[in-house]
Structure formats: structure tokens, C-alpha cells
Design a protein around this ligand. Structure first.
Ligand code: SAM
Length: 331
């Protein structure tokens, strides 16, 4: 397994305390009394706004999922209106795309391309390209697309470009045969978009059904395929009350995944997981459990049930939510 050293900042996401309405900066806050700073470049200012917009979307979607689960139609309608007033999914996607600009850390798929370099020659000489499913695709021009090495199927809840099919991965029919399955799935900044922990567990579980575990490939490709490229905000792993890397690794292992690569930066954590085994349903019980208690943590978690419909574990909604900080989500 290859690792890059995490930055110290990883444990301190710069999520400001805020309410959803209004500005989070209070007069007399920490900036009071400081000498004036040099004017910030435009990009830095927009970067703050971009992150704020993304966080607000996440928070509203989370509240909406809860209101819908509680059957509170009035609250759900109000939240839908607030999301629409923000510009809906489209404005969220635009903010995410801005986060992918080179001055904000760049396209996450370039990390995958870096990891695949040792296999590039074999990738290029394949009679048929590797099949990739990109879930949550915003562009057809990221590093994977530009490489020409993959046959990519791109889906998103809201397609913004030709070449991206509008589809909910959670509703996508399971492949009928092995050859309809994929060699690589990209799930970059999508899992944290799912508003509830059980939904995230279901999403991870679902990825296994789309990967072709039986396909025979040349050795350098077989060394990592079939694989899931997973990208999360670092705070989901480094500053979460119910999640850390050990917990994620155990959850993934119960699904049959082995970690091949990890790279952590101040903002994002990138993983490449190889699907090696058939998942072990009886070992797939991961309820919401504190693994990293303490103040100032966020509530990001993944809950997994062997069988969602007949689960014996409590629903997340019944677990008392603790005061939390936001999950930092932009690139
Ligand atoms: C933050 S954007 C990330 C986009 C890009 N992958 C990246 O790394 O920047 C998350 C995207 O995931 C999409 N998404 C979330 N849940 C999805 C699902 N169940 N099926 C398909 N797309 C989904 C959203 O519509 C949104 O466009």
C-alpha cells in the first residue's frame, strides 16, 4: 500500500461555525484587532464563497433527508425551496467544478492517473480499453477522459454535458452479465454528498455489484483491477466522530476491498481499493459508533447492514446527533 504523509491541517478543517442563514463572521471575531491584510486575490475570495455554498448545500440536503424520513412535509418543502433559491443541484455542481480548478487543487482524477502510471504501457496495449464507470461526473475533460486509456461511462444526478448520462447510481440496474461490469469505478466527492449514513453504506455496497472480479487482465492491470477510486474530504476521515481510516478500511474489507493506494492532502483524501473477494454479508454490520470522540468533530459516518430491510441495528435518525462541525467538501 502506498501512502503520502497527511498535512497537519488535515485535522483542522477550516469549516467556520455558521448558521445556514446569514454570514458566519461576527463583528469582534478573531479578525478583530489584526492589522489590515493585503487585498486577497479574487480567486481566494471566491474560494471561500465556493466552499460556503457547497457546505450549505450539504447541510440543507442532510436536513431535507431527515425531514423526509420523519414525514415532515412542511419542513421538507421549505428546505426544497431554500435549495432551489440557492440555485439547486446546478449551482452545487458549478461550485464543485470551481473547486476542481487548478488554483484549488485540481482535478482529482489526475491522482488516479498518477497511480496508474506503472501500468500505462499495458493499459495502452489492451485490445479493449479498461471499462470505467464515473459516478458523479461533472466533466468529460478530466485527466482520465483525456488519457484516452479508458472506455468511460459517466453518470450524474444532473447531467451538465453531452457524454454524461443523467442517472442515479442507486437506481441503476445491476449489470446482467460480467461483460457489462466495469474494471474501475470512480466515486470522487460523491459519497459525502449522500445525506445519510445508511445511504452511504448502500452506495459502497452497490459498487461491488458493478465491478468485474472474474476478468483476466495482464499482470500490471490485474495488480489493481477491479478497483474503486474513492475521494473524500479529508475531514470525513481525519476529523469525524464516527469515522477514521481504520473504520473505513474495516468497512471496505467487509465488502471485499483491499486498500492499494492512499494519498491525503489538507483538503482531500484519495483511495484506490481493489475488489478481491466476494463480500461477506454476515460481517457487514457497522452501526454508528464513536471511534474518535471529542469536541469540534463532524458527524460523517457510514452505516452498513448485512440486509438493510431486516436490519436489527438502530437507524441513524434515532441516534442522538452530537454538535458537529461541517464536513469540508470542496477540492
Ligand atoms: C461534488 S460533485 C463531485 C464531482 C466530481 N466527481 C469531482 O470529483 O469533483 C458530486 C456529484 O455527485 C453527483 N451524485 C451524487 N449522488 C449521486 C448518485 N446517486 N448518482 C449519480 N450521481 C450522484 C451529484 O449530482 C454531483 O454532481
Amino acid at each position: 500500500m502506498a501512502t503520502d504523509t497527511p498535512s497537519k491541517a488535515a485535522a483542522q478543517p477550516d469549516a467556520p461555525k455558521k448558521t445556514l442563514k446569514g454570514d458566519y463572521r461576527k463583528p469582534g471575531g478573531i479578525s478583530k484587532g489584526r492589522p489590515p491584510l493585503a487585498a486577497k486575490p479574487q480567486a481566494a475570495l471566491s474560494s471561500v464563497k465556493t466552499r460556503q455554498l457547497i457546505r450549505t448545500h450539504h447541510a440543507l440536503n442532510k436536513q431535507l433527508a431527515k425531514a423526509e424520513a420523519d414525514g415532515d412535509t412542511a419542513e421538507a418543502d421549505e428546505l426544497k425551496k431554500r435549495i432551489a433559491d440557492l440555485g439547486g443541484l446546478k449551482s452545487y455542481q458549478q461550485a464543485s467544478q470551481l473547486g476542481q480548478a487548478n488554483d484549488r487543487g485540481g482535478d482529482s482524477s489526475s491522482v488516479l492517473m498518477e497511480w496508474l502510471k506503472p501500468a500505462a504501457a499495458q493499459l495502452g496495449s489492451q485490445p479493449a480499453k479498461l471499462r470505467m464507470l464515473e459516478i458523479g461526473a461533472l466533466s468529460t475533460k478530466n485527466a482520465c477522459s483525456k488519457s484516452g486509456l479508458f472506455d468511460i461511462e459517466r453518470i450524474d444526478l444532473f447531467s451538465q454535458a453531452d457524454g454524461i448520462v443523467q442517472q442515479d447510481f442507486m437506481e441503476r440496474p445491476y449489470p446482467a452479465k460480467d461483460t457489462d461490469q466495469f474494471d474501475i469505478i470512480s466515486l470522487s466527492l460523491v459519497l459525502n454528498f449522500v445525506p445519510d449514513a445508511e445511504g452511504r453504506g448502500e452506495m459502497l455496497k452497490r459498487t461491488c455489484r458493478f465491478l468485474n472480479i472474474k476478468k483476466s487482465l495482464p499482470d500490471k492491470l490485474q495488480a489493481f483491477c477491479p478497483a474503486l477510486f474513492l475521494v473524500l474530504p479529508t475531514s470525513c476521515i481525519a476529523n469525524a466522530r464516527y469515522m477514521n481510516e481504520e473504520r473505513l478500511t474495516n468497512i471496505m474489507a467487509s465488502l471485499g476491498y483491499v486498500m492499494m493506494h492512499v494519498k491525503q492532502t489538507a483538503k482531500l483524501v484519495y483511495y484506490l481499493w481493489q475488489l478481491r473477494d466476494k463480500s461477506v454479508p454476515e460481517e457487514q454490520i457497522f452501526s454508528k459508533k464513536q471511534v474518535n470522540p471529542g469536541a469540534g468533530k463532524n458527524n460523517f459516518s457510514v452505516v452498513l447492514h448485512a440486509n438493510r430491510k431486516s436490519r436489527a441495528e438502530p437507524r441513524e435518525a434515532k441516534v442522538k446527533e452530537e454538535k458537529c462541525t461541517d464536513v469540508e467538501t470542496s477540492a
